[in-house]
Design a protein around this ligand. Structure first.
Ligand code: NAP
Ligand code: G4F
Length: 327
């Protein structure tokens, strides 16, 4: 049975990737942070009692800031595939916490790569790189587009990208960068703009609140559907050679478009419910991201099927259903 190690397993992508790997018959080992409250909500449905004989999901305490723990864990588990998804992943927060973001999102990648090298682990390594690295480079963006990060988060991801390539070239590690454009789902963190909007739509529709406050409505993003994107990660590690790939839908919508579609789906007029709050602006913004994923399509056979109108319906319906169930 193949073994995979997943950092960030409690996050949006980690939870979908764990589902995918378990469905493919893998034994899955996830890194989780010790917290004073439960932080495993997204993977609770996958958890089985440790005493079950056929248990295939194992969770281990650890942190990206604790390099020696990464060494001992990887040495004990000996996974064939390592998916590095953990990060301080919020762009706006990275302006408030640039040093912490650099330590986790940037240096965390180096600690994991170095742990693999130190113990001589024979594995394939996936780095969660980001379209945020392109920043101010105009669209469409592909694997050859120059990086121009516009946030501490973006700069930290550029560092992680180059460390991954360096370990591939210097130590012959099967290490790949998945340069993923924004991808969303009902499991998206509540402070990212799509989920903030779809949650607000559901709450307004059910009379629980009246307004939502947003920042820049003009930014354009290439939003896809997270379950499809984790399939892209897996395909990169099954390929015959390590390389870097853009994963995107190739279409872009503004934040205003997303707002309008989400309120419309619930039969509401967005202009009656959306207000501007300057606090959600960033000191420097990424104006427009549109990915060209033709390399992933040709070499990996990966293509996005879910586009924004369907994504909006999936997310609004899920938030409405969740609130209705709470009653
Ligand atoms: P997410 O929902 O924010 O999940 C982040 C994960 O990292 C969580 O499991 C979190 O644990 C964990 N984590 C954070 N700091 C950690 C630390 N110091 N030590 C150990 N674990 C830590 O992110 P996501 O949307 O699933 O994204 C997954 C990865 O892809 C991230 O690296 C992100 O930057 C990158 N990415 C995301 C997108 C996107 O659109 N979603 C696009 C491109 C790249 P807790 O649950 O305990 O907080
Ligand atoms: O949803 P967002 O916070 O995502 P952002 O900054 O694009 O970052 C996400 O995608 C990256 C891939 O490109 C990932 F690497 C990263 O980890 C993360 O998953 O903001 C999207 C846009 C921005 O232009 C922002 O200024 O929405 C705009 N926005 C407008 N009002 C808002 C708000 N964003 C947030 N979070 N909250 C608002 O109220």
């Amino acid at each position: 049975m193949k073994k995979a190690f997943v950092t960030g397993i409690t996050g949006q992508d980690g939870s979908y990737l764990a589902e995918l790997l378990l469905a493919k018959g893998y034994e899955v080992h996830g890194l989780i942070r010790r917290a004073s409250t439960f932080n495993t909500r997204r993977i609770d449905h996958l958890y089985t009692d440790p005493h079950e004989p056929d248990k295939r999901l194992f969770l281990h305490y650890g942190d990206l800031t604790d390099g020696s723990r990464l060494v001992t864990l990887l040495a004990a588990i000996q996974p064939e595939e390592v998916y590095h998804l953990a990060a301080q992943s919020h762009v706006r927060v990275s302006f408030d916490e640039p040093e912490y973001t650099g330590d986790t999102t940037g240096m965390g990648t180096t600690r994991l790569l170095e742990a693999i090298r130190m113990i001589g682990l024979n594995c394939r390594f996936y780095q969660a790189s980001s379209s945020e690295m392109f920043g101010a480079s105009p669209p469409p963006q592909n694997e050859l587009t120059p990086f121009y990060p516009r946030s501490p988060y973006g700069a930290a991801k550029v560092y992680g990208y180059w460390m991954t390539r360096n370990y591939r070239e210097a130590y012959d590690l099967f290490a790949v960068n998945g340069i993923l454009f924004n991808h969303e789902s009902p499991r998206r963190g509540e402070t990212f703009v799509t989920r903030k909007i779809t949650r607000a739509v559901a709450r307004i529709k059910l009379g629980l609140e009246k307004r939502v406050y947003l920042g820049n409505l003009d930014a354009r993003r290439d939003w896809g559907y997270a379950p499809e994107y984790v399939e892209g990660m897996w395909r990169m590690l099954q390929h015959h050679q390590p390389d870097d790939y853009v994963v995107a839908t190739g279409t872009s919508y503004s934040v205003r478009d997303f707002v309008s579609l989400a309120f419309q789906h619930a039969g509401l007029d967005w202009e009656e419910h959306v207000d501007y709050d300057q606090r959600y602006e960033r000191p420097t913004e990424v104006d427009s991201l549109v990915g060209d994923a033709s390399k992933a399509q040709v070499e990996l056979g990966w293509k996005a099927e879910v586009h924004v109108p369907d994504l909006v319906r999936i997310m609004v319906d899920a938030d409405l259903a969740a609130l209705t169930e709470e009653d």
